[in-house]
Design a protein around this ligand. Structure first.
Ligand SMILES: [Zn+2]
Length: 471
C-alpha cells in the first residue's frame, strides 16, 4: 500500500468516526444493556435487543458490498450477530467483539455517568463504548473504507456476542451454528483487549483466567452483644483474615500457595522485560493511587509479570456486614464473602478451584463453619506462535497507522471466548487487540473510548485486512 493511498484511507476512516460512528456510539452508551449476570431480567427489559437493533440497523445501512447479517436467537440466551462479507484471496478472517456491558459501578465524575455519553478531550465517556461497543464499528468501517478505496479485503466474518461480561456463557450453544457458517478461519482478530499505551497496535499474547467463589462463615447462631462476646467468641474478621492469609501474604500482596503458580517460560520473561523498557514508569499511569500509596513489587518488570502470569486474589463483596451507619456493638453471627481470583494463563480453572477449596476449607479457624460454594471459572489462554507473515503484516500496519512498532504483551484480564476458539481452531492465528489503554477504566467509573486511538486502530485494521487478502 502506497503512503499516499494510506493517507486517503486514514482520512476516510477519521471522517467516518467523527460524523457517523461517534454519534451511534453515543446512542449505544445510553442503552443500559447490562450482561445477564448483572441484569437477570435482561430479556424482559429489552435493552439487549435494543442494542442489537442499533448495531444491525447501522451495519445494514452502510452499503458494504456483499454484506449478509444473521441474527441468532436461542431460547433464553442472549443473541449473537454474525456478519459475513465475502472477499478476495484464500484467507478467512473472524473478527470478534461484544455488545453486552458491565454494570454501573460507583465513582463517576459528577458530569458523567454510565448511561450518559459525554465527549470530552477526545474521549467518549460512558459504559460500553470502549468495552466493547466500538468493535463492530471498527471492523465494519475498516472493511467499508477498503471497499470505497477500491482495495481488496479477505472474506470476513464479524461476530458480535452479548454474554461476554458473563463469561461468554451463552456462546458455546451457538458455536456449532457459527462454525457451519464460517468454516475454519485462518486468522482471528479479537477487538476486546487492552493496550499498554495509545501509541501502537498492541497484541495480547496471553490472558489470565478467572475463578470466582463465595465463602460462608458461620460462627454464632445469632448476633451477640460485643460486651458479652468480645474476647470470648472469635470475630468474623479474624476468621476471614486467617483464611485470606492462607492464600495471600498480606505484606507482599502475593499469592503464597505454590500450586496456584505456574512455570513462566523464559521467552515470556524476556518479552516482559522489553515491554517494561518501552513503557517505563508510564506503566503505573493506569493506576489512580492516592498520594503516597505504593504499588506491589519492586519494578515495572515485576509488576507486569505479576499482572500477566501470576495469580491474584481479591474480595469483591461481603454480605452480613452492616453499613457503618447501621453497625451496632455486635459480634456478627455469619458472613458471606465473595472472592475473585485471577489465575496464570496456563493454570486450568478446575485446578485453581480445587486447590482453593482444599486450602480454604481444611481445618477451619477456631473450628467455625467455613463452606466454599458457587465455584465458577474460566481458564486463561496463551496465543499460539504467530507466523512470520502475520506478524510482519501487523508490524507494517502499526508503523503506518501509529508510526510506532507493534507491541506484544500478556493481559491480566480474561476473554473466555479465546480459549473456546483456540480449542476449536487450533491452526488459526490470533491477533487480540483493543483500545483499553491506561485509565480507560473498562468495568470501573469514567470508562472512556480514546477517539484518536480507535481511529488509528481502525486504520491499522484496514491495512491488516488488505494485506491478508494478498497472502
Ligand atoms: Zn470486553
Amino acid at each position: 500500500m502506497k503512503h499516499l493511498e494510506s493517507e486517503g484511507l486514514r482520512e476516510d476512516i477519521e471522517k467516518k468516526w467523527e460524523f457517523d460512528i461517534i454519534p451511534m456510539l453515543k446512542r449505544y452508551i445510553e442503552i443500559p444493556n447490562q450482561s445477564p449476570l448483572y441484569d437477570p431480567n435482561w430479556e424482559a427489559n429489552g435493552y439487549m435487543q435494543e442494542a442489537v437493533n442499533l448495531f444491525r440497523t447501522w451495519a445494514e445501512a452502510q452499503g458494504i458490498r456483499g454484506l449478509t447479517v444473521e441474527e441468532m436467537h436461542l431460547p433464553g440466551r442472549t443473541p449473537v450477530l454474525l456478519f459475513e462479507i465475502p472477499g478476495t484471496g484464500d484467507q478467512r478472517v473472524l473478527l470478534y467483539g461484544h455488545l453486552d456491558k458491565q454494570p454501573e459501578m460507583q465513582g463517576w465524575d459528577a458530569d458523567k455517568g454510565p448511561w450518559k455519553a459525554v465527549l470530552q478531550d477526545d474521549k467518549l465517556y460512558g459504559r460500553g463504548g470502549a468495552d466493547d461497543g466500538y468493535a463492530m464499528f471498527a471492523a465494519l468501517s475498516a472493511i467499508l473504507a477498503l471497499q470505497q478505496a477500491g482495495k481488496s479485503h479477505p472474506t470476513c466474518f464479524v461476530l458480535i456476542e452479548a454474554s461476554e461480561e458473563s463469561g461468554s456463557n451463552d456462546l458455546p450453544a451457538y458455536l456449532e451454528q457459527i462454525q457451519m457458517k464460517i468454516g475454519t478461519p485462518n486468522q482471528v482478530i479479537c477487538l476486546d483487549s487492552g493496550a499498554g499505551d495509545f501509541n501502537a497496535v498492541w497484541g495480547t499474547v496471553s490472558l489470565r483466567g478467572v475463578v470466582g467463589f463465595e465463602i460462608d462463615v458461620r460462627i454464632l447462631k445469632e448476633g451477640l452483644h460485643s460486651g458479652i462476646s468480645g474476647g470470648v467468641v472469635p470475630s468474623w474478621f479474624d476468621v476471614v483474615s486467617q483464611l485470606w492469609s492462607r492464600v495471600v501474604d498480606p505484606r507482599s500482596g502475593r499469592v503464597r500457595v505454590p500450586h496456584l503458580h505456574v512455570e513462566i517460560p523464559d521467552s515470556i520473561r524476556s518479552q516482559i522485560a522489553n515491554t517494561a523498557s518501552v513503557l517505563g514508569d508510564s506503566f503505573y499511569d493506569m493506576y489512580p493511587l492516592v498520594p503516597g500509596a505504593r504499588t506491589l513489587g519492586e519494578s515495572v518488570e515485576s509488576a507486569i509479570l505479576a499482572r500477566t502470569w501470576e495469580p491474584a486474589l481479591t474480595i469483591v463483596g461481603i454480605d452480613g456486614v452492616p453499613s457503618c451507619a447501621k453497625g451496632g456493638n455486635v459480634n456478627l453471627p455469619q458472613v458471606t464473602v465473595k472472592f475473585s481470583m485471577r489465575t496464570p494463563p496456563t493454570l486450568s480453572a478446575e485446578t485453581a478451584g480445587r486447590v482453593l477449596k482444599e486450602v480454604l476449607e481444611v481445618d477451619p479457624p477456631f473450628g467455625v463453619e467455613v463452606k466454599l460454594r458457587g465455584l465458577e471459572g474460566a481458564s486463561g489462554w496463551v496465543a499460539p506462535p504467530m507466523s512470520a507473515a502475520f506478524s510482519e503484516i501487523i508490524e507494517q500496519a502499526s508503523q503506518i497507522a501509529f508510526d510506532q512498532p507493534a507491541q506484544f504483551v500478556g493481559e491480566g484480564a480474561s476473554i473466555p471466548f479465546m480459549g473456546m476458539l483456540g480449542e476449536r481452531f487450533p491452526k488459526a492465528q490470533f491477533l487480540i487487540t483493543g483500545v483499553l489503554g491506561p485509565r480507560t477504566n473498562a468495568h470501573g467509573p469514567n470508562e472512556f473510548l480514546p477517539i484518536p486511538m480507535v481511529k488509528k486502530l481502525t486504520h491499522a485494521l484496514a491495512i491488516i485486512l488488505h494485506k491478508l487478502s494478498t497472502l
